[in-house]
Design a protein around this ligand. Structure first.
Ligand SMILES: Nc1ncnc2c1ncn2[C@@H]1O[C@H](COP(=O)(O)OP(=O)(O)O)[C@@H](O)[C@H]1O
Ligand SMILES: [Mg+2]
Length: 242
């Protein structure tokens, strides 16, 4: 199978006040369609940097990233922006919703950017809200939604354009166990049902049992790449409800 994204030999360092940090050291990885991949590792090991780079938001110092027929590492900023708009959805820890918009309006925003006609956009937005179980709350603003519901709106907004790749950076960190579990289930279903390549950064070991694949990083390097025996999960400490 052709990967949705293929990265080879990525390097990235940051220098702040003369102090240099090697955030990524020779990272090579392929991310596949239809799979729920979890990227894990201790705080500061380079997870967010890698995710942002695979999503075309940060440029590597060296190395190569291909997504479909696009070579992101040799693209201009405009080409990368267009690629992101067409092909990528993003979910973050803090939801990033617009306070003044209803759930339905939030989910329609990316379609407006893609010039999808209003009526079509509304149908697609309702469909995405249905997928995350929030159709009946479509008219509510963020202030009337729980944290878990806000994150589900953010997921609907990210999947409404049916992106090839869905990136989630610590999407469950601000949520309690049961809400976090629901988010993980939705991400997994998105990969299964829509064929999306889902890459989810998390240091929460409870996600591992739900993943098709777990990548582990440490100090800027990719340390391991594991697939569970089918259906059994990688980590049996499954304590979401406890
Ligand atoms: N924009 C930046 N400027 C300076 N240093 C950064 C920047 N982004 C990340 N870093 C540094 O790179 C390393 C990896 O960061 P990050 O990718 O955010 O790690 P993680 O997401 O695994 O916690 C850290 O040491 C962090 O301080
Ligand atoms: Mg991070």
């Amino acid at each position: 199978m052709l990967p949705a994204i293929s990265a080879s030999n990525l390097y990235k360092s940051f220098t702040v006040q003369g102090m240099r940090t090697n955030a990524l050291i020779d990272v090579s990885v392929d991310i596949f369609s239809g799979e729920f991949t979890v990227l894990s590792g201790p705080s500061g090991c380079g997870k967010s940097t890698l995710l942002a780079m695979l999503g075309g938001m940060t440029e590597p110092d060296s190395g190569r990233i291909r997504a479909g027929n696009t070579d992101l590492s040799s693209s201009t900023d405009n080409e990368r922006d267009a690629f992101r708009l067409q092909n990528c959805g993003f979910i973050f820890q803090g939801f990033n919703l617009f306070p003044a918009l209803s759930a339905l309006e939030q989910v329609q925003v990316p379609l407006d950017y893609l010039n999808v006609p209003e009526e079509d956009a509304r149908l697609k937005a309702r469909d995405a809200l249905q997928r995350v179980g929030l159709l009946e709350r479509q008219h509510l603003r963020p202030s009337h939604l729980s944290g878990g519901e806000k994150q589900r709106v953010a997921i609907a907004r990210a999947i409404v354009k049916d992106p090839a790749i869905l990136f989630a950076d610590e999407p469950t960190s601000a949520l309690d166990s049961s809400n976090g579990f629901r988010i993980v289930e939705i991400l997994r279903e998105t990969a299964r049902q829509l064929g999306t390549a889902v890459l989810c950064v998390s240091h929460d070991a409870r996600l591992f049992s739900k993943a098709d694949r777990v990548l582990k990083m440490e100090d800027g390097r990719l340390l391991s790449d594991l697939r569970p025996v089918s259906g059994r999960g990688i980590d049996t400490r499954e304590d979401w409800h406890g």
